[in-house]
Design a protein around this ligand. Structure first.
Ligand SMILES: Cc1cc2nc3c(=O)[nH]c(=O)nc-3n(C[C@H](O)[C@H](O)[C@H](O)COP(=O)(O)OP(=O)(O)OC[C@H]3O[C@@H](n4cnc5c(N)ncnc54)[C@H](O)[C@@H]3O)c2cc1C
Length: 443
């Protein structure tokens, strides 16, 4: 029996969650249930895995468990970029090995197709918009990244457009940036609305329990089943367990010390007035990611707000640290005013944080983790697409399917090891501090 020592606790400040449609939350599990499958974690990966298990095993029962509410965790609090292109920060041209990059492109595009199909099938109002993204730079280091990535994209053979400084304001309002690479394949969404919509339209043989925190699990005592206990006295007995709870899988005893919960943060303004919109200029919606990984992500949303995302912290227990939010909000304010001096009176209405699951070598987890336990974990920052496709392919593999994408994921060496604490915490914190400082004005 493994006792889970830390369970999710996100802050209550996420704009996407509060601004998306309220739904009737599914009941907490209190009694005992038996199922063929139990999936833990209802973010992009868990929703996708549960749906595909249901499709592949129509006569099986699938229980999907979420500690918080669907749309409240990381899958509802990200910046809503469903990105198609690979971006390998370890490679000189950010593409690296062409076969590997080509597989990531294929996986990301497959995830986009899955999500597009579900949004259309169930008329999910998540403002899905295939509008592309700008990757923008202001300093020489950032410009060098764009130049290198451009060469990588040439090798990969994917479309991009270089947008020079003078042409950027008519697109994105701000004249802050020196250059951008526009890549048309990214889709923007309201992330919380999307995952709430996916949860509302699960197949009939999936039962979702929300506010149901798994606190203990046992896959050793019984040869053919896994037993899970919940914080409120519920018990789940299932033939197989699928973990889609990102860094929290380490609390279940898998990849301990290798799945790093790194938090990043966003603020969102109130709705711009018409006059503010005119002062800002540019197109009605857009999304910008930074050339420097530690720089700032920006969006102008369909409901005419501006979003700023930057800053990182290492929260080793995977739980939010609300005390950090005021300081980070000030940092967001500086980033905002650098870019939008014409909107210095436009206040932030929301500030929040959320967890990424990072590994030291950028690899994820896919496949069998232990006896009767499987996992699709460790999104390394891009879990909207990666979670969706790895969740679905894990269910396909469990149904006996093999294809090039499954083989590619199974061949991953998995997350590499890290030094033990206190060296790990110290190392990660120093790394984050140094990288954030180095990002300079890009942040
Ligand atoms: C501010 C921010 C911006 C981001 N921007 C982007 C972006 O633009 N594009 C992109 O692709 N990605 C982005 N990300 C990353 C993205 O949000 C994650 O990669 C994605 O949510 C991972 O999905 P997942 O389903 O694997 O995990 P999660 O969304 O983390 O889902 C795991 C779920 O497991 C649940 N859980 C954990 N432990 C237990 C337990 N013991 N019992 C029951 N339930 C449990 C958690 O509550 C959680 O809801 C961003 C993240 C943040 C925080």
């Amino acid at each position: 029996m493994i006792r889970i020592t830390s369970t999710p606790a996100d802050d209550n400040g996420c704009a996407w969650y509060h601004l998306s449609q309220k739904r009737a939350v599914k009941p907490m599990l209190t009694g005992k249930v038996e199922a063929d499958w139990v999936v833990v974690g209802a973010g992009f990966a868990g929703l996708s895995a549960a749906r595909q298990l249901a499709n592949n095993f129509p006569d099986d029962s699938i229980v999907l468990v979420e500690a918080q509410e669907v749309g409240f965790g990381a899958s509802g609090r990200n910046s809503g970029f469903l990105i198609d292109l690979p971006h390998d920060i370890g490679a000189p041209d950010y593409i690296g090995d062409l076969n590997t990059a080509g597989m990531y492109l294929k996986l990301n595009r497959a995830a986009q197709e899955i999500l597009k199909g579900l949004v259309a099938e169930f008329s999910i109002d998540c403002k899905m918009d295939p509008i592309g993204k700008y990757q923008s730079a202001v300093e020489q280091r950032g410009l060098d990244v764009l130049a290198a990535y451009q060469k990588g994209l040439d090798r990969l053979g994917t479309e991009y457009h270089v947008i020079e400084e003078k042409d950027l304001p008519e697109r994105i309002g701000t004249s802050f940036y020196k250059r951008a690479l526009f890549t048309p394949g990214t889709i923007l969404v309201q992330p919380s609305a999307l995952v709430k919509g996916l949860a509302e339209n699960l197949p009939k043989n999936v039962t979702l329990y929300e506010h149901t925190v798994i606190t203990e699990f046992d896959n050793e005592t019984h040869p053919h089943k896994v037993v899970l206990h919940t914080a409120n006295g519920g018990v789940i007995e299932a033939k197989k367990l699928v973990l889609t709870n990102n860094a929290f899988a380490a609390k279940f005893g898998f990849y301990t010390g290798r799945l790093l919960p790194i938090f990043t943060y966003s603020s969102m303004t109130r709705v711009l007035t018409e006059e503010e919109g005119e002062r800002l200029g540019g197109q009605r919606t857009w999304g910008i990611i930074p050339a420097d990984t530690f720089g700032t992500t920006l969006r102008r949303t369909p409901d005419n707000r501006l979003l700023v995302r930057n800053s990182f912290s290492y929260n080793s227990d995977g739980r939010s640290k609300p005390d950090l939010l005021p300081k980070i909000r000030q940092r967001h304010r500086r980033s905002f005013e650098n870019r939008f001096p014409m909107l210095s009176n436009t206040e932030f209405e929301y500030t929040w944080g959320g967890a990424l699951c990072m590994s030291r070598n950028g690899e994820g987890v896919f496949g069998q983790l232990g006896k009767n336990v499987y996992g699709a974990l460790c999104c390394n920052g891009l879990g909207t697409t990666k979670g969706t496709i790895t969740g679905a392919l894990l269910a396909d593999w469990l149904a006996g399917e093999r294809n090039d994408m499954i083989d590619f994921l199974l061949a991953s060496p998995g997350p590499s090891s890290t030094p033990p604490d206190p060296f790990l915490t110290l190392g990660v914190n120093i790394n984050l501090m140094y990288s954030q400082r180095r990002a300079g004005i890009e942040a």
